[in-house]
Ligand binder design. Structure first.
Ligand code: NAP
Length: 640
């Protein structure tokens, strides 16, 4: 075991002080001088909890003394259990207030629930639903959101079945197995608040480790036996007479269509599931090998081959650095370059002493997760707000322009060998108009390799042996990798859903998917979406918090159905219209809605249908309770 000073130097100071104060009851550790509020307009992530100079030294010294005496007095082979809220020697709210620098915007309910020490504030309630009404729930998808919903239903004691197309849990983390695949949100805030893990290897975990995490979650909570793997839901039709959903499912290994009936249908299908491959002229004439990033074929040899990657989004920016050294040549086709947030730790492992501290000091990893959660909750929200009076195509406000200038400075330093690339790698659109990626220098290093060519002239057409650019250059290649994204705005596009009167959901929506509170659609009773329209995050948070909020809300809807013996529940058109006006106006006031730049958040007519425009606290508060005036309720038990 190392001495306390080593651990303190490796730790994140603010959450460490919270954990020590909670264990020892020593309030001097959470002295207000050690709690600097995170500057919402700052471009850099806070280091050392925002402390510097003598105050930093003093905080470190206090933490070292406290940790030293704690370690001296415990049996390190058998440390005491994780503290819970009731056993805390200082009120949890006081510690949270210290963690956030007494930030008034930190919703106490959200922060307590996200800490994961407090059953009362937990993401969903722990009591069983009284079994007045037996409901059977069908969930489509066993990814991050389907699994979280399943866990909530299990706690509530409600019967459910999950239909999953793939042969494993984990959703996108099963289908995306391309080289370099890893999180671009910090592990801790991406993991569930109710299933925290203290032994992650990396700060931004690899796809494989995350897949194991979901497998572990499903197995530990005994959800796996409730999943029908390899089974696709082809259609879902609402039955007016029984207020149930009739599902036609098919086993993908050659099964015949089967019929199922459920009282409530929950869509957890995700939006990043159906690959989008642009219809380039001559696309199908190519005689080499072809794959989409989400349909990776490891039998396709890339070593010493001539490869083209089309696209420079979140998938391409991981694939390109991972394969650049082993391929013979690499042509990277960029339409518009990505903005990236400086993140030196992006590929790094968590230091050994830091991992050790997480297992030695009870509660520390939970405070660390809450700190990460809080930093990402603030995110870059303020910097991506659009000022209606700001006139520039490169930025949407004065702070957004400052953000841009700082990032451009950072990019410039990375192209010493090829400054001519700068004109192409500095995006022309405002920061925040699309999702930001992570920058640890690996993208710039890859683009400057001798065997790598950044192609910005656009794809003209494709022939048997390669790609012609729009300007007439030719790239002869053996393999084309489409990293061109997904049909993200076609919500629930893989299932033929029919509601009241046989109304088709895809026709009702057209290209403009809308759902009341992101969850429910008039005319489609007892259908609830997790990860529905307007749940995508651009400048704050991790998708996991959105999932946890919606799961809590759907859990509440189901409790209402059971407690009041409702046969159906659907929102009113008026409530949906009101909600839609609110989020649409909100999106127009943010960089991703105000800027004149396409992205996968927008439908074909350019309207943002994917993204949530407000803060996470707003979403959290919206999901805390059901406003029954907005819902149409039908009484009487359905007859499944
Ligand atoms: P994406 O971000 O939508 O990127 C697609 C890329 O293909 C863009 O560069 C786009 O250019 C380009 N493209 C699309 N159509 C094109 C066309 N007709 N001609 C030329 N280029 C074209 O897709 P993605 O990279 O698969 O990522 C999608 C989302 O998945 C991410 O935003 C993220 O939420 C998630 N994801 C997460 C991770 C992670 O956490 N580790 C990893 C991968 C993906 P334009 O930008 O000009 O449209």
């Amino acid at each position: 075991m190392l001495d306390a000073k080593h651990y303190v130097n490796a730790a994140e100071l603010r959450p460490l002080l919270c954990a020590l104060a909670q264990l020892t009851g020593d309030r001097s550790l959470i002295d207000k001088r050690f709690a600097v509020r995170v500057d919402r307009e700052s471009i850099a992530l806070p280091t050392n909890g925002g402390l510097a100079g003598e105050t930093l030294e003093e905080a470190r010294r206090r933490a070292t003394e406290a940790l030293h005496s704690y370690l001296a007095n415990i049996d390190t082979g058998n440390p005491p259990p994780e503290p819970d809220a009731r056993g805390s020697r200082i009120e949890i709210d006081e510690l949270i207030s210290f963690l956030t620098g007494d930030d008034p915007a930190a919703s106490p309910g959200m922060m307590r629930a996200q800490l994961g020490m407090d059953e009362v504030a937990a993401t969903w309630r722990q009591q069983d639903i009284a079994p007045q009404r037996k409901l059977r729930i069908g969930i489509i998808g066993a990814g991050q959101s389907g699994l979280a919903m399943a866990r909530a239903l299990q706690i509530a004691g409600v019967d459910f079945v999950i239909f999953e197309r793939q042969e494993s849990v984990g959703g996108v983390w099963v289908s995306n197995i391309y080289p370099g695949c890893r999180l671009d949100t910090n592990n801790l805030s991406y993991s569930y608040s109710h299933f925290q893990k203290s032994d992650w290897r990396h700060h931004f975990t690899t796809g494989g480790e995350l897949w194991e995490y979901y497998q572990d979650f499903a197995a530990t909570n005994d959800i796996t036996p409730r999943i029908r793997f390899g089974t696709e839901v082809e259609s879902a039709t609402f039955q007016e007479d029984s207020a149930t959903w009739k599902l036609i499912t098919r086993n993908l290994k050659g099964g015949v269509p089967e019929q199922e009936s459920v009282d409530v249908l929950i869509s957890a299908v995700g939006v990043l599931t159906t690959p989008k491959v642009p219809d380039f002229k001559g696309r199908d004439s190519f005689q080499g090998r072809v794959m989409h990033s989400a349909e990776w074929d490891s039998t396709i040899e890339l070593k010493n081959k001539r490869v083209a990657v089309i696209g420079t989004g979140a998938s391409a920016f991981q694939i390109v650095p991972a394969i650049a050294e082993s391929v013979k040549s690499l042509a990277v086709f960029q339409r518009s370059g990505p903005w990236m947030l400086p993140t030196p730790l992006y590929h790094e492992e968590i230091a050994t002493e830091h991992r050790e501290l997480m297992s030695l000091l009870p509660g520390y990893h939970k405070w660390l997760r809450l700190w990460d959660f809080w930093i990402t909750t603030i995110g870059k929200y303020e910097l991506t707000k659009a000022d209606p009076d700001w006139r520039s195509s490169e930025s949407v406000s004065e702070p957004n322009q400052r953000f841009r200038d700082a990032l451009v400075d950072h990019i410039r330093k990375q192209y010493p060998a090829h400054p001519e690339l700068l004109e192409h790698v500095v995006p022309k659109y405002p920061v925040g108009a699309k999702r930001m990626l992570r920058d640890n220098g690996s993208w710039a290093r890859a683009l400057q390799q001798d065997n790598v060519d950044l192609v910005t002239d656009g794809v003209g057409h494709i022939d048997e042996r390669g790609i012609h650019t729009a300007k007439g250059d030719y790239h002869q290649v053996d393999v084309i990798i489409y990293s061109t994204g997904f049909t993200a705005t076609d919500f629930l596009g893989t299932v033929d859903v029919k509601g009241r009167g046989g109304q088709s959901l895809s026709k009702y929506w057209g290209d403009d998917a809308r759902a009341y509170n992101t969850v429910a659609i008039p005319g489609f009773p007892n259908l609830f979406c997790i990860g529905g329209p307007n749940t995508g995050l651009v400048a704050v948070g991790s998708q996991t918090i959105m999932t946890e909020c919606v799961v809590r809300y759907v859990d509440e809807l189901i409790r209402i159905m059971v407690a009041d013996n409702l046969r159906s529940l659907e929102p009113s058109e008026e409530a949906l219209d009101r909600f839609s006006r609110w989020v649409d106006e909100g999106n127009l006031a943010m960089a991703w809605g105000a800027a004149d730049e396409n992205s996968w958040y927008r439908n074909r007519s350019g309207k943002v249908t994917v993204s949530w425009p407000f803060t996470l606290e707003t979403f959290w508060n919206m999901c805390q309770s059901v406003n029954r005036a907005d819902w149409i309720e039908e009484s009487g038990e359905g007859t499944p």
